[in-house]
Design a protein around this ligand. Structure first.
Ligand SMILES: NC(=O)C1=CN([C@@H]2O[C@H](COP(=O)(O)OP(=O)(O)OC[C@H]3O[C@@H](n4cnc5c(N)ncnc54)[C@H](OP(=O)(O)O)[C@@H]3O)[C@@H](O)[C@H]2O)C=CC1
Ligand SMILES: N[C@@H](CCC(=O)N[C@@H](CSC=O)C(=O)NCC(=O)O)C(=O)O
Ligand SMILES: [Zn+2]
Ligand SMILES: [Zn+2]
Length: 376
């Protein structure tokens, strides 16, 4: 048993004291896990645009002060009473989309959106309604059930999965969000057909992972769309066949429909911009085109289109965590990665130590940054 088991651990964490302010490196106290919980020593955390979205204050579920971060990997330090499926020393990926395997949602076979811990997760607390972090005498909120911007975190036993120890955690952390989300949206949610036409709007980590998933499913043509011309080379490296710079064409929908003899079989929004979501739907082929929304839009933003677009056979759907069930499927994805059948290393353009996390968040705003991994 770890010498720290059952005791409070004091460690470093990047604390979000309030919306719109840089994170602050602090000493935080992390309480031991209660029944059904696990304490994890977080080794690496990827920075995702959803962290910056919540930090900006646009997230209706954003609660401050809090410890953000949700793309983490590390080792199990200790487990609470009744935890059986992970043990001390396991190499784990944290799951913001939990999987309990028992709730109505898990048992439905229709969705990966386990609801066992989702309500308390959105309130910034553990499933029993309490918190495990304190700093300067104040309790800190949890975030997305994971809070990976801390050297130690406590999560529900349903919010992590043990994977092959051989896989390096500075890579597997990306499977905790961006890579799995995009790859799964193409291979699970949309299940792109062999030979089909695909358009991906927004060529960040998520968009590139959609391209990788479309390639895996043998799409015939993959059109990448971004406002940054530097994304052309990135998209081609991942297997896109065409690139369109959105702001250089008068009407992106008309342009794509002309390029594809009537529209796309599959489109994906990876921008979080509701106008782009509309274009992605309307660029779909009449009668069968399917558009998948992945991007997260701020509170108050709404999508719109003429219902006629749907009446005439286009379908609009969404995807969270790529439709992937974390505990069931991530070990297999890690094996695929280890066999070289699935890209992960290719997304990492930047890395920083925890003390320079704000520098990492600044770097993310530049087009050259696909993913920045924080060494905790
Ligand atoms: N549903 C889910 O489960 C998940 C959703 N997300 C969400 O997915 C989105 C993408 O995440 P991520 O890849 O990390 O983000 P990035 O910011 O790295 O990628 C978005 C890309 O879209 C480009 N873009 C912006 N405006 C347009 C436009 N009008 N037309 C075409 N491209 C445009 C951006 O360019 P520029 O940089 O120049 O602005 C950028 O290259 C975010 O909204 C994120 O919150 C993330 C993970 C999981
Ligand atoms: N709290 C946010 C929720 C935004 C959102 O849609 N999150 C995605 C994951 S984004 C990861 O980087 C998601 O999986 N949603 C499903 C869920 O159950 O949260 C808001 O309210 O805007
Ligand atoms: Zn994310
Ligand atoms: Zn469940």
């Amino acid at each position: 048993m770890a010498p720290t088991a059952g005791k409070t651990i004091t460690c470093k964490a990047a604390v979000a004291w309030e919306a719109g302010k840089p994170l602050s490196l602090e000493d935080v106290e992390v309480a031991p896990p209660k029944a059904g919980e696990v304490r994890v020593k977080v080794e690496y955390t990827g920075l995702c645009h959803t962290d910056t979205y919540t930090l900006s204050g646009s997230d209706p579920e954003g609660a401050f002060p809090s410890i953000l971060g949700h793309e983490g990997a590390g080792y199990v330090e200790s487990v609470g009473e009744g935890v059986t499926h992970v043990k001390e020393g396991d190499s784990v990926i944290l799951l913001y989309t939990a999987e309990c395997k028992e709730c109505k949602f898990c048992k439905s076979g229709k969705t990966n959106l386990c609801q066992r811990v989702r309500a308390t997760q959105g309130q910034g607390v553990m499933p029993d309604g309490t918190k495990r972090f304190t700093c300067k005498g104040k309790e800190l909120n949890h975030f997305m059930g994971t809070s990976c911007f801390s050297q130690y975190t406590v999560v529900s036993q349903f919010s992590l999965v043990a994977v092959n120890q051989e896989a390096k955690q500075d890579r597997t952390c990306l499977l905790g969000c961006g890579v799995t989300t995009g790859y799964g949206a193409a291979t699970h949610t949309a299940n792109v057909e062999e030979g089909s036409t695909v358009a991906v709007f927004g060529i960040g980590c998520v968009g590139l992972a959609v391209i990788d998933g479309a390639v895996a499913n043998k799409a015939g043509r993959i059109i990448a769309i971004d406002v940054n011309p530097e994304k052309k080379a990135w998209a081609e490296k991942f297997g896109a066949t065409d690139f369109v710079q959105a702001d250089k064409v008068d009407d992106i929908v008309k342009h794509l429909v002309e390029m594809t003899d009537g529209g796309l079989d599959y489109t994906f929004d990876c921008t979080g911009n509701v106008k782009v979501m509309r274009s992605a739907l309307e660029a779909c082929h009449k009668g069968w085109g399917v558009s998948t929304v992945i991007g997260v839009a701020a509170a108050g933003q709404e999508i719109a289109t003429r219902p006629f677009q749907l009446v005439t056979g286009r379908k609009w759907q969404g995807s969270a965590f790529g439709g992937v069930k974390g505990r069931t499927e991530l070990p297999g994805l890690v094996e695929k990665y280890l066999k070289g059948q699935f890209k992960v290393d290719e997304y990492i353009t930047h890395s920083q130590d925890l003390e320079n996390i704000n520098k990492g968040l600044e770097e993310m705003k530049k087009g050259g940054c696909i993913r920045c991994v924080i060494k905790m």
